[in-house]
Design a protein around this ligand. Structure first.
Ligand code: SF4
Length: 343
């Protein structure tokens, strides 16, 4: 188990939180800015490495705090270069982080919860049940503790868990990622996905500038509720009504994720209803070919069927992208590897 687990972590704290900590420990207020700079700009991983803090100050901090930085326990690499990391959690389980290299893009797909309580039928993470929220520090640790950290161009909150079911930590992690005193990332390189928790979505759109990706998967209420129980609480029509009214100014984008299940949500009737539902909204649909998971009677369409669906969308004026499947040989479908490990 990782070092310093019982102590509170310093990493993943905002400048204001660090100020409260240093003042309580009798260090000067400006030490907070120094700590932020060591963590977020210089990527230092130990308190002793923060050499412009006094030795006495560092010792005081070390008594109560750990950095909260820790390495992945293992890594598996796919033939296509995708790497999946397993990070340990406080309760002895594992979360997954996927590094996905493409020509000019190096994307990190990060987790926000241990397991998930949303129970989507097609999802292996959902089958694990819910085991806890990750803190902002644990979310950001995935970013700085993968060896590819310096190469990353994009971060997607699409790993294990529903990000907007853990909105406080997710928003705080985005604040630290994008603030000039944090990692100073552009919010345009960050995408948060959600299955449509409406109140948290409103909050997210107000408080951050990152892109939003909504998991759609079916335009029909009954079918979507069968796939995603949250539909009963927040129907997709309400979610889309809301995003249609939102002012998508500048370069901020909304996209929809659509997993294609053979013979279920891939018919011309679905295309027609999607066109009706999304009419007037400037957006992109990301088509994802379903990969079968054990114990679920949903099936993968062929590549040809996915292309056919994409072409039908096009005839209705909807822009779609077919997501290339990555890392299939290492169970890159989210949740499979950690389920195996947790078992
Ligand atoms: Fe949770 Fe997302 Fe899986 Fe649904 S698809 S169970 S929201 S992790």
């Amino acid at each position: 188990m990782r070092e310093g687990i019982m102590k509170e972590s310093l990493f993943g704290k905002t400048l204001t939180e660090l100020q409260t900590i240093v003042l309580a420990e009798g260090l000067p207020r400006y030490s907070a800015g120094q700590i932020a700079q060591w963590f977020y700009h210089k990527k230092v991983r130990t308190i002793d490495g923060m050499t412009n803090l006094s030795k006495a100050g560092r010792d005081k901090l070390k008594k109560k705090y750990s950095t909260g930085l820790y390495d992945a326990r293992s890594m598996q690499e796919s033939v296509d270069g995708t790497r999946k990391y397993l990070f340990p959690t406080k309760n002895g389980q594992f979360i997954e982080t996927a590094y996905i290299p493409e020509k000019n893009r190096h994307t990190l797909c990060i987790s926000t919860q241990v397991g998930c309580k949303m129970g989507c039928l097609f999802c292996m993470t959902g089958k694990q049940g819910f085991h806890g929220h990750l803190s902002a520090g644990e979310i950001l640790n995935q970013v700085v503790s993968v060896p590819e950290n310096e190469k990353l161009t994009n971060i997607v909150y699409m790993g294990m868990g529903e990000p907007l079911d853990n909105p406080e930590a997710v928003l705080k992690s985005i604040e630290i990622l994008t603030s000039p005193r944090g990692f100073a990332w552009s919010p345009r390189r960050i995408t948060v996905s959600t299955i449509g928790i409406l109140p948290a979505m409103k909050d997210f759109l107000e408080k951050s500038q990152a892109h939003l990706a909504v998991s759609l998967h079916s335009p029909f209420d009954d079918e979507r509720a069968y796939l995603m129980p949250l539909q009963k609480k927040y129907p997709i029509s309400h979610v889309i009504d809301f995003v249609k009214k939102y002012d998508w100014h500048g370069q901020r984008r909304i996209s929809f994720e659509y997993i294609l299940f053979k013979g279920l949500n891939d018919t011309p009737a679905h295309v027609k209803e999607l066109a009706r539902l999304l009419n007037g909204l400037r957006c992109r649909i990301n088509l994802i070919r379903y990969h079968e998971i054990p114990g679920v009677s949903l099936h993968s369409p062929s590549i040809h069927e996915v292309e056919q669906f994409s072409d039908r969308l096009k005839t209705k004026g909807l822009i779609s992208t077919i997501r290339r499947s990555r890392g299939q040989d290492i169970y890159a479908a989210c949740g499979l590897l950690s389920t195996q490990e947790n078992d």
